[in-house]
Design a protein around this ligand. Structure first.
Ligand code: HEC
Length: 239
């Protein structure tokens, strides 16, 4: 969502400064990348929850080409929880249209982006990114990325939560981890360390053996998000 918003801001920016381009039609089809040679991104931030991520993931400052889900260049962030820090990323490799404070997997695929700044905001050779204080925790990410937007409208925000499961922030964790399913024969919703045995895993994979009458298959669009939930469970389902 953050990315899309920034794209819109970027598009508005382009319209203001390149009206002729707008007249010609769909500017979003155009290559919005900027040559990056000699440019640098400079991040200041205070992060919470960095150490909650499992080993498959890195919290990085990364550059992405327009429309790409894989980082062109990235730098792993080494920060202490709750302490302000600063770092830079040299943007030498190829063309980049956004620089993002994000999490990538081992294939350098974007799993979640917390802050995304378009390269059009360069001042001189430097792209300044002041991210402020960000909770980047693994469970907090799942809550924000999936539960709050996609699930809570049925699970907790209405009169009675579907399947007696609330996935509203502040309630979801204790209702999932080591918590029995609505029907005892469905086992535990989340078994820390064992995704395959967890009802949550079966439900989001659309497993017919989940024993749940409502089909949740394809509800989560991104494969990286489904894998994120499985990896979180297998890494011990920490809050
Ligand atoms: C459109 C409404 C709807 C949405 C959106 C929805 N669910 Fe459900 N969910 C249900 C219903 C209805 C049930 C109960 C089905 C049953 O008990 O047979 C259920 C049951 C479940 C259960 C089983 C709970 C138990 O203890 O039996 C889990 C786990 C679950 N949902 C997870 C999710 C997740 C994760 C999301 C978001 C990705 C989500 N659901 C989104 C309607 C929804």
């Amino acid at each position: 969502m953050i990315i899309r918003k920034n794209r819109l801001i970027f598009a508005a920016f382009m319209c203001t400064f390149a009206l002729s381009a707008c007249d010609e039609g769909d500017i979003l089809d155009k290559d919005e990348s900027v040559q990056t040679e000699g440019k640098v991104a400079s991040l200041t931030a205070t992060l919470d929850g960095i150490e909650t991520w499992s080993s498959q993931y890195s919290i990085v400052l990364a550059g992405f080409a327009e429309g790409s889900t894989n980082a062109t260049v990235q730098k792993k962030l080494q920060a202490t929880d709750g302490e302000p820090f600063a770092t830079t990323l040299t943007l030498t490799e190829g063309e980049i249209s956004t620089v993002e404070l994000c999490v990538t997997n081992r294939l350098r695929e974007r799993v979640v982006s917390f802050v995304s700044v378009p390269l059009s905001q360069l001042s001189g050779d430097t792209l300044f990114i002041d991210a402020g204080r960000v909770d980047v925790g693994m469970y907090k990410t799942i809550q924000d990325l999936v539960f709050t937007g996609t699930c809570a409208r049925c699970h907790g925000l209405g009169a009675s939560p579907a399947g007696t499961l609330s996935l509203v922030e502040g309630q979801s964790y204790s209702q999932l981890v080591n918590h029995s399913a609505r029907l005892p024969e469905n086992g535990l919703r989340v078994v820390p360390g064992d995704a395959d045995e967890s009802l949550l895993h079966k439900v989001i994979h659309g497993d017919p053996e989940a024993g749940v009458s409502f089909d949740h298959a394809n509800m989560i669009k991104e494969q990286t998000t489904i894998t994120l939930i499985d990896n979180w469970i297998n890494a011990g389902a920490k809050e």
